[in-house]
Design a protein around this ligand. Structure first.
Ligand code: FBP
Length: 344
């Protein structure tokens, strides 16, 4: 059996193959190092005093999404900000936890990339010791732009040069793509390095497992109601096979399961989030996950459009999400097409 390689060696090989340049390689290393620090904080849990809400009792700290911030949301955001401020590979960065994008300080060396991230995904699971994660996406800064504003980040997912997430679970794993397949690296805590544990993750085209927050069922659109009802009807129903369900309520954990053994994940549009356009964010949740999933042979859609072709209109824009095993995503799209076609 070939000796597993480190993340650093994998990135150097990608650079030598001309698929990434030195700046992107070093940027990924900076993000990976920041995720090691976050993994350490998450692992300490109550012993590190990092659980619970940020802000003071009676004065919770609220982010741009209108959500109460957890201490770890703020800690993870600060770690990623600090690590990337002086790394020298970025022109700017944007985070779920910050209203607007941040240009790199004048004093620091600037690079040609834009980094977007969800510093701590799955916030509702932090205090109950369930897997959470960090999700990131890298875009090129448009030529000639030295101090990028929010508008310079509004590039479709097809423009991503790199995407990844780190899941902080029983083990800490980094899953990454630079457009040449999707690969998994496990943090070896003894040597403090990410080591490749799966090269070329592949999502089976078909699945018998779906992930959705079923408590929202009454709020779903008709095509989603029909799609899920037919899966729940099992082998005696129109789908002719039994389906199982999983829902961790941490997108990183649900998507990691799908990249590992297949399945379909959905957070559809529903009456509760219709005015916002969906629950999950396009730029630093849906797009990076869509890039990773497509590079592993899966598919990602809004139900009506390929996710990576959505033209962004706002930094914190939300979208409906269907991703995973390509034939099941195609089936979900088909339910929408039939419904919309029938003038539904
Ligand atoms: P954040 O925790 O980063 O806000 O992400 C949103 C999220 O927690 C996803 O990770 C997850 O898939 C979803 O919301 C869970 O939603 P719900 O609480 O409705 O089950």
């Amino acid at each position: 059996m070939t000796k597993p390689i480190s993340l650093t060696r994998y990135l150097i090989e990608e650079q030598h193959a001309g698929r990434i340049n030195a700046d992107l390689r070093l940027l990924i290393e900076v993000v990976a190092r920041a995720c090691k620090t976050i993994s350490h904080a998450v692992g300490k849990g109550a012993l590190g005093g990092v659980l619970g809400d940020a802000g003071t009792p009676g004065a919770a700290s609220i982010n741009v999404q209108g959500e109460a911030q957890k201490k770890l949301d703020v800690i993870a955001n600060d770690v990623l900000m600090e690590a990337n401020a002086w790394g020298g590979h970025l022109a700017g960065l944007a985070s779920e936890e910050m209203d607007h994008s941040q240009p790199i300080p004048d004093a620091a060396r600037r690079g040609n990339y834009l980094l977007l991230f969800d510093p701590l995904d799955g916030s509702s699971n932090i205090d109950v010791n369930v897997s959470v994660g960090t999700i990131f996406s890298v875009l090129r800064c448009p030529d000639g732009v030295t101090s990028p504003g929010d508008e310079h980040y509004l590039q479709p997912g097809t423009a991503q040069v790199c995407a990844g997430y780190t899941v902080y679970g029983p083990s800490t794993m980094l899953v990454l793509t630079v457009g040449n397949g999707t690969h998994a690296f496990t943090l070896d805590r003894e040597i403090g390095s990410f080591v490749m544990t799966t090269r070329g993750m592949r999502i089976p085209e078909d699945t018998k497992e779906f992930a959705i927050n079923a408590s929202n069922q009454r709020h779903w659109e008709a095509p989603v109601q029909a799609w899920v009802a037919d899966m729940l009807a099992g082998k005696d129903g129109p789908r002719g096979k039994d389906f199982n369900m999983r829902w961790v309520a941490s997108m990183v954990a649900d998507v990691h399961r799908i990249l590992t053994r297949g399945g379909v994940f959905s957070y559809p549009l529903d009456a509760k989030c219709r005015d916002k356009g969906g629950k999950l964010r396009l730029m630093y949740e849906a797009n990076p996950m869509a890039f990773l999933v497509e590079q592993a042979g899966g598919a990602a859609s809004t139900g009506r459009q390929r996710m990576l072709e959505v033209q962004p209109t706002a930094l914190h824009q939300r979208v409906p999400v269907f991703l995973g095993s390509r034939n099941e995503v195609a089936t979900a799209i088909d339910y929408h097409r039939r419904h919309d076609g029938a003038g539904g």
